[in-house]
Write a protein that binds this ligand. Sequence first.
Ligand code: G16
Length: 709
Amino acid sequence: MVVAGILSYPKPSAALSYGTAGFRARAELLDSTLYRMGLLAVLRSRSRGGLAVGLMVTASHNGPLDNGIKLVDVEGGMLATAWEEDATRLANAPDDQAEHVLAAIAARRGAAGGDGEVAGGAAPPRAAVFVARDTRTHSARLAAIALEAVGVLEGRGVDMGVLTTPQLHHIVRHHNGPLAAGERLPHPPTLYTTSSATTTDLSLQESTSLAHPPSTPHREHLPRPPTLYTTSSATTTDLSLQESTSLAHPPSTPHREHLPRPPTLYTTSSATTTDLSLQESTSLAHPPSTPHREHLSHPPILCTTSSATTTDLSLQESTSLTHPPSTPHREHVGPREWASEEGYYEMLTRAYATLVPPAARSSDRGPLWIDAACGVGAPKLLAMQEALLALGLRVHVANGVGDGELNSGCGAEHVQKARLPPRGFEARLAGFDRACSLDGDADRLVYHYWTESNEWKLLDGDKIAALFSCFLMEQLAAAKLDKPLRVACVQTAYANGAAGAYIRGLGMEVPMAKTGVKFLHHEALHFDLAVYFEANGHGTILFSDAAVSALLQTQADAEAQGDAPRAAAARCLLATKQLINQAVGDAISDFLLVEAVLCLRGWGVSQWDALYSDLPSRQTKLPVAERAAIATTADETRVTTPPALQPELDALMARFARGRCFVRPSGTEDVVRVYAEAATQAEADELALLTAQATHKLAGGVGEMPDKA
Ligand code: G16
């Protein structure tokens, strides 16, 4: 079966690599990669005891003819680096060797099937792969190929339908729950028997059962069907069963355990799916008329552990938490009910409601104009629109699906790289004082606005990082934690020099990372609390377990002492943690935090912009014969190959006041990227042009020598 599948999707001659953010190529080249990555995703899930992994079909900021794959690891973050090499090797293996490569990976990673073969028998544990896609015309077909491959290895393929990339990360993170981070857990962490109940749903396990893992975690001890599980105080259902009542055409036997094996392919009118409960169509076709409004003013969901009552991951109402959890990371993922698209909206709107209480909501605040890049962000924003309105946040969604070409003349990549307003916002629009742009899969965000004097201004990822940084530092000062946290803002070589200087001035460390959010995320994990942002608008804020525990303790202490401002600051930071995506950069959660901070400060966008003045800069890209011919230092600020190039760039920089330039091969497009900054815009443009020309000359530029920046 595996061989037949591999042969039915022959590999193209082009080399493919797991680059800055997964695979990217012309869509017609990707059938074999989708199939093989479906297989690999099964191995990854098996290697982590059957925890779910995600496979997102998207090419994010690329044009509409491209597509790609982003793999989501079990913690909800990006695929572990070690597996990227396996992914590249498998994607490029000749057709007649791919099964052998797959088997070698399975053996090395402890992910073989039941009889030791890749596809052998009922492999314990059964893999789970959640497959989602963006709105590109070819994405549904490619997603079906990945699901087919998952089924061939007897994994549980779940068609999540159309989602933003960060939504898929969120769902994987919350589905797997704290167990994904629990390296102390026995592997494979399949099925445990607790004193009170038998359960397969690992994310529902309580700390007591984890502290005392059963000696015989055998699957065959389970009663069937194990659909409803009980924890000490609540009855919960399996994720895959949660939404079945809302289905237009629910499967006749919706219970996962009743499905025939090998699993799970159902055909709907428009797509091949597995677990219908996770389809997005109901929420898209019928966005909730009053989505979650009734919950918004309520206290957050209460989760119980065996030893203490705690709030959900926001922990914002943690007055009841007198005993912070001793193993706090378990508490920080949030309830499993949030492991769905609806749960995502609920988590965000609740966090926003806590962060911006009614008294802080101003009725005369104008609406936010949102450019959705003609991509998946548009329907998802529309699904939230009414709930946001109930919270005093008016949004107007423009450049939706079908309104024009994806990422073309609109979207975060266009706006930030070309330094131009998006289609529809070329002039000041009556009633809109601020706007933002998402990219094609809604993981990037930049803001922009027209000044009173009709000047268009961009607030890129650096400006967002600066806003978040000053907000965090202000709240931390008010919270007066017993022990200071180590706080940082991670940037890349693209960060504007003025941004780094401003953030350092706040008292934060500013470490540098290589381009690619996976590298920034990794660096951010070294700190208690870390903002990370790329200038292109890709980023988030990470709160460590230590930070959340300290904030919980502070809130409890301050409330006991009647210190309302201190308690409020701790609560505010905990709500921030709930609002800002802990798995990956997320344009929707990022814009909600921007709006919350502006609202709390009573600021307009121009006051935010005035935090510091950007050093003028210019970015361009250059086609070369072989982009791999250019190598750089780890921080990408200097070229190491070809050796003659860096001395030339050094000489160019020396000619300009505050001049800085660098080039690096893109990991998502077949180009070399060029960056320059200098004291004036004209000089930055000139330096960018000279840099591109030097690169063209010394690194195999293709076509005409560039003649303008
Ligand atoms: C991806 C990565 C980003 C990166 C960008 C450009 O963004 O997730 O971290 O900055 O590509 O990378 P490169 O300069 O190597 O082409 P996205 O939004 O396309 O997924």
